[in-house]
Design a protein around this ligand. Structure first.
Ligand SMILES: O=C(O)c1cc(=O)[nH]c(=O)n1[C@@H]1O[C@H](COP(=O)(O)O)[C@@H](O)[C@H]1O
Length: 224
């Protein structure tokens, strides 16, 4: 079975990203390249990582007016990522236009509420709903806009899947039991996230910051 774990290679260092991906490749389903990697290495860096032969999740969390996001997605078409993120809070028209601009084989998923935010953080930016209700709201909107799925924490994935049984659910903020939460606030274990309906788990530091990343990925895989 292909592993649902995508390792987040959050580094500006292309050689380090390659080295970690090469080490863990037999215990993950793919690699996630985000803003830190992309702003340092750009499209050519993504192409170089693609040569490793693992599926790529390009996590750019695009969030702008519909025209700008659609044109940015168009400019990324030839990279053909397996998964691409946009912010669901960008609204329905933005999501519709992003999906229309993406390659047919790319799953476009909407980030709902970042896993680094709790209900107090939401209130501080004027969102009166709690994280659970806000994830549900944005999941419905993403579905209506024709996206393939959403990104949410493991605390909400069960509810999101109930609203969208055939949606694709990406769950970051995943930590092995007793793992360091760091800046993540809504955290669950990999096993719990899968039990509750996650399609894909995004795991960064628990693997990449380990003394032996392959052993860490293997240990996580053993809990699934
Ligand atoms: O879209 C994401 O992947 C994402 C969404 C979210 O709400 N929270 C979140 O942590 N992420 C990403 O998931 C990864 C989590 O990394 P670790 O906390 O090191 O496991 C990072 O690359 C984040 O950019």
């Amino acid at each position: 079975m292909t592993s649902p774990v995508y390792v987040a290679l959050d580094t500006p260092d292309l050689e380090r990203a390659k080295a970690i991906a090469t080490k863990v490749r037999h215990h993950v389903g793919g690699i996630k390249l985000g803003l830190e990697f992309f702003t340092a290495n750009g499209r050519s860096g993504v192409k170089e990582m693609a040569q490793l032969g693992l599926p790529i999740f390009l996590d750019l969390k695009l969030h702008d007016i519909p025209n700008t996001v659609a044109k940015a997605v168009q400019a990324l078409r030839d990279l053909e990522p397996a998964v691409l993120t946009i912010h669901a809070a960008g609204g329905r028209a933005m999501m519709e236009d992003a999906k229309a601009a993406a390659p047919a084989g790319t799953k476009v998923v909407g980030v709902t509420v970042l896993t680094s935010l709790d209900d107090d953080d939401l209130r501080s930016i004027g969102v009166e709903s709690d994280s659970h209700a806000q994830v549900e709201r944005l999941t419905k909107l993403a579905r209506e806009a024709g996206l393939d799925g959403v990104v949410c924490s493991g605390a909400e994935v069960k509810a999101a899947k109930r609203l969208w049984p055939d949606g694709f659910f990406v769950v970051p903020g995943v930590r092995p039991a007793n793992g360091e939460a760091g800046d993540q606030k809504r955290v669950v274990t990999p096993r719990q996230a899968l039990n509750d309906g996650a399609s894909m788990l995004v795991i960064g530091r628990p693997i990449t910051a380990a003394a032996d990343p392959d052993e860490a990925a293997r240990a996580i895989e053993a809990t699934l």
